[in-house]
Ligand binder design. Sequence first.
Ligand code: ZN
Length: 233
Amino acid sequence: MEIAIISDIHANAEALNAVLSEIDKRNISNIICLGDIVGYGPEPEECISIIRERNIPSILGNHDKAAIDYEIREEFSELARTAILWTEQQLSENSKNFLTNLPMTVDVYGQTFVHASPLMPENFRYIFSYADALPAFSSFYTPLCFIGHTHRPAMYCEDMTTREVEKGKKFIINIGSVGQPRDGDWRACFCLFDTEKFISRFVRLEYAVEETRKKILHAGLPQKLGDRLLVGI
Ligand code: ZN
């Protein structure tokens, strides 16, 4: 069975809809979302509605939390804070309740799913390197741990020997970002995992990025948030 893993949508409905259409085209019905549905982008309420309508199990991201929790905003950059204040105004009470009830981690399909590092998930630590990844391997008990948060696709093996998933070893797989990639490639990123063949692969997909940029400008959000999407930073 193949499952699709999406993360860091960041209120980019153009990217989310393109990715979900592609997943539908591949006849994949099991989808899981690793969080940050909102923040930065122009359509937070719309993106939550899409995720809820399709009953996609979702995990709490730091931006989702910031939309309903003032304290965590203090750790945000000015740009992120500006966007989250705007986001809070856009969200219905119903959507805020939905965010409030999202879990920090989910164990399904025999694997672990979390937004940031599985090491104390509520701290939302970043994994940018093996130095960050290695201490986190002892904090999950499944072969694979799928994460998001950095917006950069990456793969870490516990013994640092390989970049391909294989049985008998533990891996942390960063699945990249649907709505705001930061690896220099503007295209939406997500991950497919075949539970039987034990193969994991990244998919990149073009979407109407200029539309999202226009919506950001019309919403009165900082122009930089639209410009960065064009270059994937
Ligand atoms: Zn994010």
